[in-house]
Design a protein around this ligand. Structure first.
Ligand code: GDP
Ligand code: MG
Length: 632
């Protein structure tokens, strides 16, 4: 497939942008909005051409300064090349400067300067304008960019411009395929017989006819019925193309400019986000904490307020970190660029980058340490996940990494692998990353807790998993804690014995005194026969109830005594009960509880639980009022 790039135009109103695009492409971009209803192929404000090398360039053009700013924001983050248009007769004007600042804020990468209307000026004047433009772009991404003088009237310079565009187009790197599909909607309409059609530039990834898609941040689910790219029906639309999509099962009213088409569950909707924010040196006044502002991201526009971590206002030219709160949700991810404009009058005052689309709740706002954490998150995807791990002792699911960074599951896995290799993270299962330091803290806490427990309760085999979890890591889910314990068992830190956990060296050791207690308990239960002692009664016979309980627990675990409801029963008694049940069945086929009670010479109080215990053991089976032996 041919390489596709998006070329943006920028520049003061009436400097000849629309005319230039018409001269280059033969296409009319500045038409009445009603025309778009005629079909998916008519794309307002968009034209395209094939450069001499075969690269397909989509050109953005939007009438009017206000709409221009919005649309430039929509496209600029993914603009591969910018044509900064300056009319030779007027030179650099205020909107020229504002557009350049916006492009700079949105990390404009490459482009060239086009001096239009050169038929209206003489060479000397043209040189003056060139010098002026060159001075204005100093220090920006257009510093040193080619300058081409053209005239749409005479056709002068147009071939030179195409050649210059083609040369720059060669430098555009292939689209990053590690990111999922995303199309910020800048236009939605209904076409009779088709239904809802949305349009925009594909920011990243690819979409196919038949794909299930989500309209974020609203969470509406739909399917791609058909696709157009540059006015032609296609099966797949890729990053760098302008595309129109016919969506099934969705009302036009449900969609608005600013919504984003993605594959389901790949992007987060948020109203509160952490950002790195820069106030332009040209901003008229400082940006105050909590001041309302206009926030532009993708094709979305919101009203928001910015809350700094470490200051009460941001001075022109400064950059810092802040939490941004919006009037309505947007769909965005780590690394997305945005622009802010003052609430009134609407002028561009700054911009920045999303560094966490879903920060944790904060109890207090002014915490300078948050700025440090934010700075780490801003540095790279890997640093973001590292900082996030510090905030999340309960672990970070790989699925969430993919959504916050808006990357493919494979890329999320690569980031996780690099953190595992560098020893920052630790994975107890395939889906969750834990901070290694935290894992070591849990290991220490588990060992300490078990040491103390073994010392206090030497007769207990160990501590139950659940008791250990709530003592050491209540924030971990039971399955994750189980996975962690298994890891600690594999490396020899602990031993898991059914439901209890112990240290490897721990063994139950009975002192002479406890051995005597054990013998007394067994004798007591044996002598009692079919009138066994209940638990409390038995424990009360010993000077230390807790210690006696541990001895008894041990005997029960080892099968030397049995617990039957609240009674402590000797195994010999159970054997006798079995024999009686067998005898009664041989005689009568089945037996009632009364018959058993008489044969065992006991009372109902003991007979009923003993019989239920036999049922439980699978010796007998109950049918209404009678019991019989279970067959087989
Ligand atoms: P835009 O607002 O930047 O899109 O400007 P337009 O393309 O609408 O052009 C504004 C005016 O300048 C129109 O009247 C055009 O005819 C005129 N114009 C544009 N390019 C040229 C040019 O190269 N030479 C001359 N003489 N006039 C031009
Ligand atoms: Mg125009």
């Amino acid at each position: 497939m041919a390489k596709h790039i998006i070329v943006g135009t920028a520049g003061h109103v009436d400097h000849g942008k629309t005319t230039l695009i018409r001269a280059l492409t033969g296409m009319e971009t500045d038409r009445h909005p009603e025309e778009r209803e005629r079909g998916m192929s008519i794309d307002l404000g968009f034209a395209h051409l094939t450069l001499p090398s075969g690269i397909v360039a989509g050109l953005v053009d939007v009438p009017g300064h206000e709409r221009f700013v919005h649309n430039m924001l929509a496209g600029a983050a993914e603009m591969d090349m910018v044509l900064l248009v300056v009319a030779a007769d007027e030179g650099v004007m205020p909107q020229t400067v504002e557009h350049l600042e916006i492009l700079q804020l949105l990390h404009g990468k490459r482009g060239l300067i086009v001096l239009t209307k050169c038929d209206l000026v003489d060479d000397e004047w043209l040189e003056l304008v060139k010098d002026d433009v060159q001075a204005k772009v100093k220090g920006t991404f257009l510093d040193g960019a080619p300058i081409v003088a053209v005239s749409a009237v005479t056709g002068e310079g147009l071939n030179e411009l195409l050649a210059a565009m083609d040369a720059i187009a060669q430098e555009v790197p292939p689209k990053d395929v590690s990111r999922p599909f995303r199309l910020p909607i800048d236009d939605a309409f209904v076409k009779a017989g088709f239904g809802t059609i949305v349009r925009g530039a594909v920011f990243s990834g690819a979409v196919r006819v038949g794909d299930e898609v989500e309209i974020a941040p609203k969470g509406l689910v739909s399917r791609v019925r058909s696709l157009h790219a540059y006015g032609n029906p296609v099966e797949v639309a890729v990053a760098g193309q302008r595309a129109a999509m016919n969506l099934s099962g969705i009302e036009r009213e449900g969609i608005e400019r600013g919504d984003v088409v993605v594959h389901p569950d790949t992007l987060l909707a948020t109203q509160r986000l952490d950002v790195q924010v820069q106030l332009l040196a040209s901003a008229p006044r400082p940006l105050k904490d909590g001041a309302p502002l206009r926030f532009y991201i993708g094709t979305a526009e919101r009203i928001g307020r910015v809350f700094f971590f470490d200051r009460n206002e941001l001075q022109p030219g400064e950059t810092t970190f802040a939490e941004l709160r919006l009037d309505k949700p947007v769909a965005c991810a780590w690394g997305d660029l945005f622009v802010i404009r003052s609430y009134s009058p609407m002028v561009t005052i700054g911009g920045g980058k999303v560094i966490d689309p879903y920060p944790r709740q904060r109890r207090r706002r002014k915490v300078p340490a948050e700025a440090g954490q934010a700075a780490q998150k801003a540095r790279s995807e890997t640093e973001f996940v590292t900082a996030w791990l510090h905030e999340r002792p309960d672990g970070v699911p790989l699925k969430d990494i993919a959504r916050r960074l808006f990357v493919s599951p494979e890329r999320a896995r690569q980031i996780a692998d690099s953190l595992l290799q560098s020893g920052v993270a630790f994975a107890v299962d395939r889906q969750t990353l834990l901070l290694r330091d935290q894992v070591e803290r849990w290991r220490t806490a588990i060992v300490t807790t078990l040491q103390r427990f073994h010392a206090e309760r030497p007769l207990r085999r160990g501590l139950s998993k659940e008791a250990l979890r709530s003592a050491v890591a209540p924030e971990l889910s039971p399955p994750l804690f189980e996975a962690l314990l298994q890891h600690f068992e594999q490396d020899g830190t602990v031993v898991i014995d059914r439901e209890v956990v112990r240290l490897p060296h721990h063994a139950v050791h009975l002192t002479d005194e406890w051995r005597q207690w054990a013998e007394r308990m067994e004798r007591r239960a044996k002598d009692a026969g079919f009138s066994p002692p209940d638990l409390d009664e038995l424990l009360a016979e010993f000077p230390d109830r807790e210690q006696a309980m541990d001895v008894l627990t041990l005997l029960i675990e080892q099968g030397q005594l049995l617990r039957v409801a609240e009674f402590i029963v000797h195994p010999a008694t159970i054997e006798r009960a079995k024999a009686i049940a067998q005898q009664l069945c041989e005689q009568h086929g089945s037996f009632t509880a009364s018959q058993f009670r008489e044969a065992a010479q006991t009372t109902r109080k003991y007979a009923v639980p003993l019989l239920e215990f036999l049922d439980h053991l699978g010796v007998t089976v109950r049918r209404g009022d009678v019991r019989m032996l279970r067959k087989g």
